[in-house]
Design a protein around this ligand. Structure first.
Ligand code: DC
Length: 233
């Protein structure tokens, strides 16, 4: 394996395909996968469970400081653990999405989570995805991508995902939720979602997962010799 292990950062709005692509890329390159959104979700899940005041910046920042958040990754299994509890299957509920978006606006919360994210990326060999990984967490990442898709397409994808995980939702309501969350994620004062300088923009609306994956790999191909490619097919 080469010692030159890169950092690849992917930002984008909800259901733009970043998780799917980040997971596939990390597998292909033999890199660690970092889902920063899952960290905000896990914290929001804990706050909801403890019936805490989500609008209190002080309480939420303290909660972040006093929580242990870690990942467990083995082959295709990506789990998120908070205070020793595996919450991976509990954090995708719309109520948690909404709460995660709300608490992610607090700089005190972000500061703690960004510190953990940078520690995870300290040795390189990372594919990270979120809202600010290109602009704030890893601004010097070797490759930065901004994935996007139309609102209707993203709503449809999220609706199918929820359905698959047994959560009943109306597509129109999913669309409204996504639109509201995107608005607040892009309009907040601290580290808003934005297409930062140097990010490669990919509109995934009419593309298959394979096409998006190939596009990203195409962009990083010229440094292929730096990678430990597990599967070149
Ligand atoms: O990517 P996701 O839908 O799982 O993220 C959930 C929320 O967390 C999202 O609405 C905003 C917040 N978030 C953030 O502020 N910064 C990140 N890097 C990732 C997510």
């Amino acid at each position: 394996m080469t010692s030159n292990r890169l950092i690849i950062a992917i930002d984008g709005p909800s259901a733009s395909g970043k998780s799917t692509i980040a997971k596939l890329l990390s597998k292909k390159l033999g890199y660690t996968y970092l889902d920063t959104g899952a960290m905000y979700r896990a914290l929001a899940w804990k706050a909801l469970k403890k019936n805490m005041e989500l609008n209190s910046e002080e309480e939420m920042s303290q909660l972040a400081r006093h929580s242990s958040i870690r990942f467990y990754q083995q082959e295709d299994d990506y789990r998120i653990i908070i205070d020793g509890e595996d919450v991976s299957d509990k954090i995708r509920h719309p109520q948690v999405s909404e709460a995660a978006s709300r608490i992610s606006s607090f700089p005190g919360v972000r500061q703690t989570l960004v510190k953990i994210q940078r520690e995870i990326g300290a040795k390189g060999g990372l594919v990270a995805e979120g809202r600010d990984v290109c602009t704030k967490v890893f601004p010097k990442a070797d490759f930065k991508f901004y994935l996007d898709a139309s609102l209707a397409e993203r709503a449809h994808r999220r609706y199918l995902e929820l359905k698959k995980s047994g959560i009943i939702a109306f597509e129109e309501k999913v669309k409204e939720d996504i639109e509201r969350r995107d608005r607040s994620d892009s309009q907040r004062t601290h580290s808003p979602l934005t297409r930062g300088k140097g990010s490669i923009y990919i509109d995934t609306t009419d593309l298959t997962i394979e096409e998006v994956l190939n596009l990203t790999l195409e962009k990083i191909k010229f440094r292929e010799e730096d990678f430990f490619i597990l599967d070149k097919d």
